[in-house]
Design a protein around this ligand. Structure first.
Ligand SMILES: C[S@@+](CC[C@H](N)C(=O)[O-])C[C@H]1O[C@@H](n2cnc3c(N)ncnc32)[C@H](O)[C@@H]1O
Length: 211
């Protein structure tokens, strides 16, 4: 996501009460951080936060963590969250280090929405659905894992299906044109709004793995 740097962003991140500045310190303590026992759903690469913040509003019985590495982008996400929302935190970190921030079994669901497709074969390992990432997600989940994935990129979708299949994940609710189906429950991300308004199909799947 390309966004021009905003001078206000670092201060916003510093002061916004929904930002977690020490995610390593939350490892194994997220239920304490949220102050309850509700399931924890994590969006990786949450961008400007439309999806994760609206999901948190729509699902008060779920706790949400949005992960994003770009300063201005996550600052925009932080601004979106209303003062009263208690079931959402954001943290500015790299997904590569997810194991440093969550204890085994602490996450109940992972959302990957419109992650960078890295179209060159030489960059395949950077795709967030590459088998190396899938292995890491499994380690964090522990016994049971659940990923909900959306993209506008057919090549990335096919790659992800193949990677997940070879990595032992089982699929359900696969859609090759999400917006053509009735899906009143669907909450759109920023990228999804952009691509679907141009008439591009949105691909979606749910993938589950058990030890
Ligand atoms: C293409 S954008 C999609 C944003 C949002 N999910 C949406 O659908 O509108 C991908 C986002 O993932 C973030 N991202 C990519 N790789 C990441 C990583 N390894 N760790 C954290 N964020 C990452 C990027 O900074 C970017 O904001």
């Amino acid at each position: 996501m390309r966004v021009r740097n905003k001078a206000w962003a670092p201060e916003e991140l510093e002061n916004n009460k929904h930002m977690i500045h020490d995610p390593e310190g939350c490892k194994g303590r997220w239920k304490e951080v949220f102050g309850n026992d509700k399931p924890i759903h994590v969006e990786i690469g949450c961008g400007k936060g439309r999806f994760v913040s609206l999901m948190a509003l729509a699902n008060p019985d779920i706790n949400y963590v949005g992960i994003e590495r770009q300063t201005t982008v996550i600052a925009i996400a932080a601004r979106r969250i209303t003062e009263e929302q208690e079931n959402i935190f954001l943290t500015q970190v790299d997904v590569e280090n997810l194991e440093n921030y969550f204890e085994v079994g602490e996450i109940d669901r992972l959302y990957i929405n419109f992650c960078d497709p890295w179209p060159k074969k030489a960059h395949a390992k950077r795709r967030l659905t590459h088998r190396n990432f899938l292995e890491m997600y499994k380690r964090v989940f522990g016994e049971k894992a659940e990923i909900f994935f959306k993209t506008d990129n057919r090549g990335l979708f096919e790659f992800s299906l193949e990677e997940m299949n070879e990595n032992g994940w089982k699929f359900s609710n696969i859609s090759l044109d999400l917006h053509k189906d009735e899906c009143p429950w669907n909450i759109m991300t920023e990228y999804e709004e952009k691509f679907s308004s141009k008439g591009q199909p949105i691909y979606r799947l749910e993938a589950r793995w058990e030890k």
